[in-house]
Write a protein that binds this ligand. Structure first.
Ligand code: NAD
Ligand code: UD1
Length: 334
């Protein structure tokens, strides 16, 4: 039996493909390269020593999905494929609903045609919205403040409904906190197109000399040093969380939302200092106004993942910064 990884050449999908292969899983990948590059496939082979079956295609295309399901015995789907830029989702909401929600419905229909009843879904801490207190616990209410966030809330509800309609279906809704870092090989990592929106890729562009300085969005929050606090998690730990979630889904039907975070908060300034320490590169910054939609503090209650999956994040902030830098600076300094 095989596991279908949608969006498997993207940032989190590629790291998960490596950890799955190393755990002995047989993997099939589908990606349309809308936000990743074909070179990743060669790198996955170099890292794992295994050729992964790959289909270039779109999850909104039922024909390609039927081809995949007929050519492979797919036991479970790990579903990463989706659009993820918050600002773009505000400008182009229909693209986000169509790709993320429409694509997922299409995928679930293809799974139904073939009797495939296990899905691990890439949700996000964004579903906790702006009003819940930290740490975020899985049974808190969910909401969103932008179309991207709503697609995650909606897909969570869709999977709940699918599980309610079919007692054999198993869905794990993995709520990621802030994934950073990269594979130790320096061969795969986050590869944002254009000017990054997220903090670590932006810091890396500054470290590489491609952008002059970091804009710190607010230093007047009620936090340790006034800057925003996030639960950064190493992408390889996150990937291992998927291996554990798959094991769980094999043994349990029904729907479970599970946080994948470390349970620890790190501020923007603390992250900048950690990058400076491990790279020896000064990161110039300027404090500017708060970014619309940002919350002050976001970190996980990570106990459910430990209880259900026997998984917890192992890698610390310095290792995350070191691995991000090795990848982003193309192995030049580490
Ligand atoms: P990514 O953009 O690197 O990977 C997504 C992959 O899906 C890309 O390779 C893209 O080409 C592919 N894709 C997009 N739409 C597709 C479609 N219709 N058909 C086939 N392939 C398609 O993003 P990522 O950071 O690896 O995120 C993976 C998932 O995790 C996404 O669903 C994202 O919303 C979610 N997530 C990410 C973060 C984060 O901080 N990176 C946080 C929370 C949740
Ligand atoms: C953002 C999204 C969130 C999404 C997540 C992963 C918003 C409001 N939230 O989360 O929905 O799930 O990315 O894609 O866009 N920061 C700076 N300067 C920068 C960039 C960021 O100071 O150039 C600060 C932010 O204000 C925040 C922290 O760094 O305090 C982390 O930001 P970011 O990496 O964008 O992640 P989130 O805001 O947590």
């Amino acid at each position: 039996m095989s596991v279908l990884v949608t969006g498997g050449t993207g940032f989190i999908g590629s790291h998960t493909a490596v950890q799955l292969a190393q755990a002995g899983e047989d993997i099939v990948i589908i990606d349309n390269f809308s936000n990743s590059k074909p070179e990743v496939l060669g790198k996955l082979k170099t890292i794992t020593g295994k050729e992964m079956r790959f289909y270039e295609g779109d999850i909104r295309d039922g024909t390609v999905l039927d081809k995949i399901f007929s050519e492979n015995a797919i036991e479970a789907v790990i579903h990463f494929a989706g659009l993820k830029a918050v600002g773009e989702s505000v400008e182009k909401p229909l693209e986000y609903y169509e790709n993320n929600v429409g694509g997922t419905v299409n995928l679930l229909e293809a799974m139904k045609r073939r009797g495939c009843k296990k899905m691990i879904f890439s949700s996000s801490a964004t579903v906790y919205g702006n009003d819940n207190p930290v740490p975020f616990v899985e049974d808190m209410s969910t909401s969103a403040i932008n179309p991207y966030g709503w697609t995650k809330v909606m897909i969570e509800h869709i999977l709940e409904s699918v599980c309610a309609s079919d007692p054999e279906f198993s869905a794990v809704l993995l709520r990621y906190f802030n994934p950073i870092g990269a594979h130790k090989s320096g061969l795969i990592g986050e590869d944002p197109q254009g000017i990054p929106n997220n903090l670590m890729p932006y810091i890396m562009k500054v470290a590489a000399g491609e952008l002059p300085y970091l804009r710190v969005y607010g230093a007047d929050y009620d936090t340790v040093d006034g800057t925003g606090v996030r639960d950064f998690i190493h992408v390889v730990d996150l990937a291992d969380g998927h291996v554990a979630a798959l094991r769980y889904a094999r043994a349990h039907a029904g729907v479970e939302a599970v946080n994948l975070g470390t349970g620890k908060g790190t501020s923007v300034f603390e992250l900048v200092s950690a990058v400076e320490k491990v790279t020896g590169i000064k990161i110039p910054y300027e404090v500017v106004g708060r970014r619309t939609g940002d919350i002050a503090i976001c970190y996980a209650d990570a106990s459910k993942a430990k209880r259900l999956f026997e998984w917890k994040a192992k890698r610390g902030i310095e290792e995350m910064c070191e691995d991000s830098a090795r990848w982003a600076l193309k192995n030049k300094i580490l």
